[in-house]
Design a protein around this ligand. Structure first.
Ligand code: PGA
Length: 250
């Protein structure tokens, strides 16, 4: 059975004053039968690592460079993130693909760098509204999936997050039928490529306006192993009910 995963993506939000929320989230869930991952901005990783060392919360970064070191001003490598306590890194988030023109080839190289550094790669995929309206969703997902996921993927080092771009930060959530269709499709593709051992062990997260009010119905969808949560992961008051809904889902 796949262990469920609740992941919070703080994006470009949070200063040291926000670490109290991270601690509150950890303290609200001392004894979890699922994985809890928080991805604050990289500036907070070191302090968050110290603050949460006695908790079961895993820390992740939001991006990494595909090389380990070198002349890349402003970038951070996967070994650097591991060095300050990150256990995971998000790669290929649609905001990176759009704002930084990241291709699926680059996302694969970043995921590979994460694997080599011992980090779990949370690889994001998702279609735009125009692509969905043109009935291209599954083609887009198939292309992003096959190119963005490296051959080194296993159930331990890789998580796939399906995040329809039109649902991120908009308050629009994909319907359970839409989520189920894409998650079943991703699962079948992973099994076909990696075999059922690895293909069935890679966790699939849904992301895009997951809130306390809609979490339970999303977690009831087959092949949804958790969520990647943006806005609602910034406070314990919003994130805890989502974590509880995931724990309560069968
Ligand atoms: P949201 O963001 O929950 O604020 O929609 C999700 C994400 O982008 O990971």
């Amino acid at each position: 059975m796949r262990r469920k995963l609740a992941a919070g993506n703080w994006k470009m939000n949070g200063t040291r004053a926000s670490l109290g929320e991270a601690r509150a989230i950890a303290d609200a869930h001392p004894d979890l039968a699922l994985d809890l991952l928080l991805c604050p901005p990289a500036t907070l990783l070191s302090a968050a690592h110290d603050l949460l060392a006695d908790t079961s919360v895993l820390l992740g970064a939001q991006d990494c460079h595909c090389e380990n070191s070198g002349a890349h001003t402003g970038d951070l490598s996967a070994p650097m993130l591991a060095d300050v306590g990150a256990r995971a890194v998000i790669v290929g988030h649609s905001e990176r693909r759009e704002n930084h023109e990241e291709t699926s080839e680059l996302v694969r190289a970043k995921a590979r760098a994460a694997h080599d550094a011992g980090l779990m790669a949370v690889i994001c995929l998702g279609e735009s509204l125009a692509q969905r309206e043109a009935a291209n969703t599954l083609d887009i997902i198939a292309g992003q999936l096959s190119t963005s996921v490296p051959d080194t993927a296993t159930g331990e080092n890789t998580v796939i997050a399906y995040e329809p771009i039109w649902a991120i930060g908009t308050g629009l959530t994909a319907s359970t039928a839409q989520i189920g269709e894409v998650h079943d499709f991703i699962r079948a593709r992973l099994e076909r490529r990696f075999g059922s051992g690895v293909g069935l062990s890679i966790r699939l997260l849904y992301g895009g306006s997951v809130k306390p009010a809609n979490a339970a119905e999303i977690f009831a969808v087959p092949n949804v192993d958790g969520a990647l949560v943006g806005g609602a992961s910034l406070t314990q008051a919003d994130f805890s009910p989502i974590v509880q809904a995931l724990e309560a889902s069968s």
